[in-house]
Design a protein around this ligand. Structure first.
Ligand code: TPP
Ligand code: SF4
Ligand code: SF4
Ligand code: SF4
Length: 465
């Protein structure tokens, strides 16, 4: 839908091998029709596996650069003219699409004909193995004549596409009658069973799933984000959020983060809140953003905030990595994407350079200091930054502090230590707290929260050795 508005061709593979072939094809189309090409992948394609053939790498010839501002520099004057070229290229592609291998007709029993693409094509083949199918490898632009021909050869035409009826609406607009979203949902992913039931009315009986406890995603034991959230929760402060492991701070029992939009939006959201509801309103809020996301797209919002004399506290949760997506390095880790040593951007210095006077670095596990700094900074009529520093517990270089143990004699079973939801903790039959030593890394959060000295640390001899 977005690609249609942008006049960009879209290829949609149905399996791993097609993902490889289509990616290569996308470059060919890009060259031939002088256009950007999008290759659409969906969750199920990304999570599937299949046999992939190998081909020899083709090294394209290095092209001579020629200055061409009519194409590469879009001001109103050039853009209007370029639009004509873009539309003409798209028209040519749409015509050629009717004979491209990417779009193929599979004629079988013609009482049912299905137009589909991507992963839904696989469901269609499984649910309706006898049906004829027009498999679209390119979903924008559509091969109009090919679709008309296919529609004329089948008795009943179905359009099977997940989410919005993009193909269906275009097909209908050409006066071709078809069945689509009136029997298929616009919500979520499809399945072979769902298609079989919708088209043939055949309900598939399958055993009910086992009544297993739910396993929602959770911060790791000893995660520094948990410690920061435990303090924010205690202070009843709301978090304008961002994307990273710390997004899990939205879930119970922490329930600190209230919203997020996209990478880097936490800071501008806080700024927007202040503009809409005033300085005092945001004194009960903080922006929460990770080190990687801050350097990716957060820093520009922070610059806008301070330059425009805003009020608000930004917390940069610096765990020295990009935790959520698999520990990629970022510009403050001191390693390039290839792992070579380079200089590390100093986040504290960067914030100072933006002109922020109040920037503080606090150890994420120093609860007392963290509480003091958060209380003080959120009351300021200025922008302030609190950088909480403690490495992600899953970093290869991380050395655990040890293991915590509970003295059952001293434990009053009050449950305070468990309120931040560390998965290494559980209760014994008599309700005393038990710590799983195979999971605990001795972060000390529970120990600091126990007012009865019932938890102690067995130090790791390798720490600071
Ligand atoms: C625009 C965009 N690009 C990439 C991603 C994938 N992504 C999810 S979280 C994340 C970064 C997380 O790193 P950080 O903010 O340091 O938090 P951590 O997970 O380490 O706590 C990325 C790149 C995304 N969600 N959106
Ligand atoms: S990967 Fe690291 S940052 Fe993410 S939840 Fe685990 S300890 Fe926390
Ligand atoms: S906080 Fe201390 S006393 Fe309370 S349950 Fe936990 S270990 Fe026991
Ligand atoms: S010290 Fe406590 S909070 Fe930290 S990992 Fe161990 S059990 Fe969890």
């Amino acid at each position: 839908m977005v690609a249609r508005a942008a006049v960009v061709p879209v290829l949609e593979p149905s399996d791993s091998e097609e993902a490889r072939v289509f990616m290569k094809k996308a470059f060919d189309i890009s060259e031939e029709y002088d256009t950007v090409v999008m290759v659409r992948t969906t969750t199920r394609l990304a999570h599937s596996q299949g046999i992939v053939n190998l081909e020899d790498r083709v090294e394209p010839e290095d092209k001579v650069y020629t200055r061409d501002i009519a194409k590469h520099l879009l001001m109103p004057g050039t853009a209007k003219k370029r639009h004509l070229v873009v539309e003409a290229n798209m028209k040519r592609l749409a015509e050629d699409a009717c004979s491209m291998e990417l779009n193929r007709t599979e004629y079988r029993d013609t009482s049912i004909g299905v137009i589909s693409s991507g992963i839904p094509y696989q469901y269609v083949r499984e649910a309706l193995p006898e049906a004829s199918v027009l498999k679209l490898g390119m979903v924008n632009p559509l091969p109009k004549e090919l679709i008309k021909e296919f529609a004329s050869k089948v008795e009943k035409l179905y359009i099977v596409e997940e989410l919005e009826p993009v193909i269906e609406e275009q097909v209908r607009s050409w006066g071709i009658s078809c069945t689509g979203k009136e029997i298929f949902t616009i919500q979520g992913e499809y399945s072979a069973n769902m298609i079989r039931e919708a088209v043939l009315g055949e309900k598939t009986e399958y055993p009910q799933p086992a009544d297993a406890p739910a396993r929602p995603p959770i911060l790791c034991p000893g995660c520094p984000h948990r410690s920061v959230f435990s303090v924010l929760k205690k202070l009843k402060i709301h978090g304008a959020g961002d994307i990273g492991c710390y997004t899990l701070g939205a879930l119970e029992p922490l329930s600190v983060m209230d919203e997020n939009v996209c990478m880097g939006a936490s800071i501008s959201t806080l700024h927007g809140m202040e503009k809409a509801k005033g300085k005092d309103y945001v004194k009960n809020w903080v922006a929460l953003i990770g080190d990687s996301t801050f350097l990716h797209t957060g820093v520009n919002s922070l610059m806008n905030m301070v330059y425009n004399k805003a009020t608000g506290t930004v917390m940069i949760l610096d765990n020295s990595t990009t935790g959520m997506t698999g520990h990629q390095d970022h510009p403050a880790t001191g390693k390039t994407l290839k792992g070579e040593t380079t200089y590390a951007i100093n986040i504290y210095g960067l914030c100072k350079a933006l002109g922020i006077e109040h920037v503080y670095e606090v150890n994420a596990f120093d609860l007392e200091e963290l509480e003091k700094v958060i209380k003080r900074e959120t009351q300021r009529d200025e922008v302030s930054v609190i950088i909480t520093k403690s490495p992600c517990a899953l970093l290869k270089s991380f050395v655990p502090s040890g293991t915590c143990v509970v003295d059952a004699e001293k434990c009053k079973k009050c449950g305070v230590c468990m309120s931040s939801g560390c998965p290494a903790m559980s209760r014994a039959a008599d309700h005393t707290v038990v710590i799983d030593e195979t999971m605990c890394n001795g972060c000390g959060l529970c120990m600091q929260n126990c007012k009865f000295d019932a938890i102690s640390l067995i130090p790791n001899p390798k720490k600071n050795a």
